[in-house]
Design a protein around this ligand. Structure first.
Ligand code: CA
Length: 251
């Protein structure tokens, strides 16, 4: 990614007065998507669904569990799953996921979070995950970075990605807790996302969206959803952070 490409992307979006960066969690801060994808694949087979390849999980990434289950149920059984089915399937998936080896922080993630914080910008988390184990580990792996009142999780949202709701909620939370810093305008934020539906949600919320392609999908799957910039890894985004800040400061 060259300075010219970064400047052009910012120019095309419009002025940004950056106050906070909203990070997605799975596949961005944690290398956890392999575990999720494998757990979904094995869960769907266990409950008698015929076709749910591991790769499909990456296309649904960011959806609520119920949303993913209903898509597969409609496709194969031509009906929504019942609330009981959803609860049973999701519980099985969560149990399977919890038996996977613990996901490690994504290389470059903590270094980037420290750089963001050092530049006076607030790091936030906006995730569809309700994995208590993963949320609880945030403070261990990323000490002194996140404030609980500035987090959006599965427990906050009703609709989930690709609806813009989680990111709109993140901007509202920031505006409530940092009144004077932001009126909640999208121009005060940047989103970092790894999934097509996450990019779609962030773009629909009107926020400048950086895609990091940490999974098996082609870049086009993220760019076609409207990502403003794309980096091949969190380490690459981390390495480019000073340049990105320079470009933002010289708009
Ligand atoms: Ca993700």
């Amino acid at each position: 990614m060259t300075p010219t490409q970064i400047r052009q992307a910012i120019q095309a979006y419009g002025p940004i007065q950056l106050r906070a960066v909203m990070f997605d969690m799975d596949g961005v801060l944690y290398d956890s998507m392999k575990n999720h994808a494998r757990s979904w694949h094995e869960t769907m087979l266990h409950f008698g669904f015929q076709h749910f390849p591991v790769e499909e999980a990456y296309m649904h990434e960011g959806r609520t569990g119920a949303g993913t289950i209903n898509i597969v149920s409609r496709r194969e059984r031509h009906r929504d799953a019942t609330p009981e089915e959803i609860a049973e399937i999701y519980a099985y998936k969560a149990e399977h996921f919890n038996q996977c080896p613990p996901a490690q922080p994504m290389p470059g993630a903590y270094e980037l979070l420290l750089k963001v914080k050092a530049s006076g910008i607030t790091p936030m988390i906006v995730t569809g995950s309700g994995q208590k184990t993963l949320l609880g580990r945030l403070n261990k792996h990323f000490p002194d970075i996140f404030r609980p009142e500035l987090m959006v999780t599965a427990f906050d949202v009703k609709l989930g990605k690709p609806n813009p709701e989680p990111y709109l909620m993140g901007m509202q939370k920031y505006a409530s807790y940092q009144s004077g810093q932001s009126d909640g305008s999208p121009a005060n934020f940047i989103v970092v996302e790894n999934a097509p539906l996450g990019v779609q949600a962030a773009v629909a919320a009107g926020v400048f969206t950086i895609a990091v392609n940490t999974g098996p999908l082609p870049d086009e799957a993220l760019l076609s959803q409207g990502a403003n910039l794309l980096f091949p890894s969190m380490q690459s985004l981390c390495d480019h952070w000073p340049l990105l800040l320079d470009c933002l400061n010289s708009q």
